[in-house]
Design a protein around this ligand. Sequence first.
Ligand code: BGC
Length: 422
Amino acid sequence: MYDVFSMKNFDFPKDFLWGSSTAGHQIEGINDNSSNWYNEIESKKTNPDMDLSGMACNHYNMVEEDVRMLCDLGHKAYRMTIEWPRIQPSEGEFSEEATEHYLKELRLLKEKGIKVFMTLVHFTLPKWFDDMGGLNKMENFKYFEKYLRYILPKISEYVDFWNTFNEFNLYADVQNKLNHAKFHAYTYHIIKEYSDKPVSYAHSLKLMHPYQYNDKADKLMADYLDYTNNEFMLHAIRTGELVYPYTDGEFVPELKNSVDFWSINTYTRYIVDARKKNLEGERYNHKYLEMIPMKFYLDEIDPESVIHLLTRLKDKPVYISENGLSCIDDRFRIVFITMYLSALSEAIKCGVDVRGYLYWSLMDNYEWGSFTPRFGLVDVDFNTFKRTPKPSAWFYKEIIENNGFSQDILRKYLNELPTLGK
Ligand code: BGC
């Protein structure tokens, strides 16, 4: 475990934007016009242990309380989604009730002076749209455009930063991924018709680390995975060229410069082992941390990755739109936040223009199939929906107030380093 008690204090640039991140489907509850809702029910038939999203955190009915909580915890920015499936439950219908609901939420956030990062699509689509092939078909963009032209003029005055789509750069289906790149670009230009605020997509940035660092095959495959998950998209944004292995390259003029900032979701690295069929290497055992009672992809704290990754992004401002840890023992979260913020401050020293940090997530939520992972700064009782901020939430609040980390703050919230599970 990192000895955070030996760390030096560090600060962030003036006006650094602090806050947290969520996604509609994971917190709102009863998103029953989304295809996800039906897919969950289908999947549960073969995987009875999985959880359905159900009421999630009941956020849809607790917006006022949750906005109050954001303020109490000192957050200055909040990343959220407007759920397209709620706004357009069927092709010919736009719901006034849902539109008014989100406008109310946005007005509240505005009143409280909280900057809004709006994600338009965070993994959820209306069922009717998905049934006709969703974003697998380029010709379906016209339906999304119709939705955009309905919602954008209504919400744009409340939105400070835009995310078009979440993390499509990791999708396994190549056609879908490349379509998304184009959908993002077209959406970027439509948003610009309604808003002068900065636009991006949320890029999941993962370090691809060769299992045996100097092994030629591991290195080659790590490079390959880096290209097909990260670089193809960074290159497309910088040049307009969509170049992907085993497909014909394409110049998409709309893609060039279609982000005004890099919106980066970053968690941990990926260990690449060329000797494994799926290339997925074992985590190094000496870094393995069992923080929740299930096998999970975030069983390592690896802040150095952030420095390596972000130094590739010196050409535009960077906002960390997601970064967080799932753990039962909240002390791990305090260590995690300390380490990742220290890495961010190193990246800034290296010349990366990092302007904000949104912790994932404000509250414990539905982790796409399970309620076991606990990412929240705030504990949620999934029976009563009672919210209780964890010590890490108060720790983070003081970091925000201080615009930096100090040993004095740390020692108020952590007496000793957390120990491993079994
Ligand atoms: C996703 C979130 C998810 C988080 C933690 C991100 O990749 O955008 O929806 O909950 O990771 O796994």
